[in-house]
Design a protein around this ligand. Structure first.
Ligand code: UD1
Length: 438
């Protein structure tokens, strides 16, 4: 299993280019299931979750071509026929976002058979809101043997029916799943209390380019006039705001000077505002943020919220920063119930953090020292990388496959701006077997 070895202490200097947003690319790839024509998506990041989605779509019978580098990080997906509108447990268990195929499949094929995702490291994460919404759109849903079976009513021509949907709770992939389903429903759908994340608006931009009639994506009320057919389209994915935020914190933490290029600063407002409170100096241009980490860091409390609030996906990285800020920061996690797995690993590196339910109390300013640590989920891994960049000595981060799910080429990008980081295979060779005792 791969590990990252990081020697801390170098200030990061130079320019880093941000990749396309994984969380926008995943629903956009699922959206290609809604048409029998090719959908071309550019700026796809080369990360493991994209590869999982490729496998998922291919298993249903879609043709998926993926090309990186000079091929513009482009994928062409053609779901001419979908022999098996199914998502198996094998794939769903490795990536919960696989449930994004539920809405498109039932809308296009009149039937979907998708594994329930189960819990994950950061909390229970049910999909009840996806299911309730599809029922509002007229799907009949049954759950058996760990799978959801959704079918449309043959008496209604096998089409979903437009409806009013009010989400009990704001859900990002729930909004995306139902938005995709509603595009092919008969009549109008009005969805309220929707997620306002930029990734939802990006998905809607693709769907509209495919011939959908969606208004209001990116606000809490979305209106969709159903159409009977969608066609092929070409779309470019927005930059990854979480990757950008992670590099901004890396620059600030290490006292570096980094130009975070190819990002969308308008999507980073809450992050930049919070970092300004901690004393981080930034210069914001149209598509870049320069971070000058020459000021001491000061503690600031943080609440994670739905967009446009501070993202839960940046909470772990912010905690790494808080360990080095003078004073006490209280970090409150409002989105997921169990998203402090990184705290104990940071404590092993010398941080002073106490967890009280959904609150973490971080007493900052304690020096960090290198240790062998374990990544528990995608963003937790990023926080350990950040801590390692300022720790004294060589930190070894195990289970970096979590990081590979969502960060493109992170060690190459960090190395290019001065970090001492390398990836190794099994660096703890098995001890030679002891000689047999007689
Ligand atoms: C998405 C992001 C993830 C991010 C999260 C919150 C993708 C692929 N993933 O995940 O990176 O951390 O948004 O910004 O875009 N909930 C229910 N019932 C449901 C659905 C959700 O109770 O049917 C709850 C969840 O348990 C959680 C909250 O709603 O407490 C928000 O979850 P949600 O927005 O759905 O997260 P994801 O879409 O899975």
């Amino acid at each position: 299993m791969d590990k990252l070895v990081i020697r801390g202490g170098n200030p990061l200097l130079g320019t880093v280019r941000i990749s396309g947003a994984k969380n926008a690319a995943l629903p956009c790839m699922a959206a290609a299931l809604l048409t029998d024509e090719p959908v071309i998506i550019e700026n796809i990041p080369q990360v493991r979750d994209i590869e999982t989605t490729r496998k998922l779509l291919a298993a249903m019978g879609a043709e998926v071509e993926l090309g990186y580098g000079r091929a513009h990080h482009r994928t062409t997906i053609c779901a001419r026929t979908l022999a098996a509108p199914e998502a198996s447990y094998e794939l769903v268990k490795t990536m919960r976002a696989s449930t994004l195929v539920l809405g498109p499949l039932v809308a296009r094929c009149g039937r979907a058979h998708v594994s329930l995702p189960g819990g994950c490291a950061i909390g229970a994460r049910p999909i009840d809101l996806h299911i309730k919404g599809l029922e509002r759109l007229g799907a009949k849903i049954t759950q058996e043997h760990g799978y959801v079976e959704a079918v449309t009513d043959p008496a209604k021509g096998g089409r979903l029916q437009g409806a009013e949907i009010v989400f009990d709770k704001i859900t990002v992939t729930g909004t995306e799943d139902l938005l995709m389903a509603a595009t092919l429903a008969e009549g109008e759908t009005v969805m309220q209390n929707c997620a306002r994340e930029p990734e939802v608006a990006d998905l809607a931009a693709l769907l509209n380019a495919m011939g959908a009639e969606i208004q209001g994506a990116g606000t809490s009320t979305i209106r969709v006039k159903g159409v009977s057919k969608l066609h092929g389209a070409r779309h470019r994915i927005i930059p990854d705001r979480i990757e950008a935020g992670t590099f901004i914190i890396a620059a600030a933490l290490t006292g570096g000077d980094v130009n975070v290029a190819g990002c969308e600063p308008a999507h980073l407002t809450a992050i930049l505002q919070k970092l300004a409170e901690t004393g981080v100096k930034t210069v914001v241009k149209a598509d870049s943020v320069r971070v000058m980490g020459d000021q001491p860091l000061a503690a600031a409390d943080l609440n994670t919220e739905e967009y446009p609030g501070f993202p839960t996906d940046m909470q772990a990285q912010y905690m790494a920063l808080a360990t080095q800020a003078a004073g006490t920061s209280i970090i409150t996690e409002n989105i997921f119930e169990n998203r402090f797995m990184h705290a104990q690993e940071l404590v092993r590196m010398g941080a002073n953090i106490k967890i009280e339910g959904r609150r973490a109390v971080v007493r900052g300013g304690t020096p960090l020292s290198a240790a062998a640590v374990l990544a528990s989920d995608l963003r937790a891994s990023a926080s350990l990388v950040l801590a390692a960049l300022v720790a004294d000595g060589e930190t070894i981060i195990d289970r970096v496959y979590h990081l590979d799910r969502g960060y493109e080429n992170i060690e190459e990008k960090l190395k290019a701006i001065g970090a001492e980081i390398r990836r190794v295979g099994n660096i703890f060779p098995k001890r030679a077997a002891a000689p047999a005792q007689s």
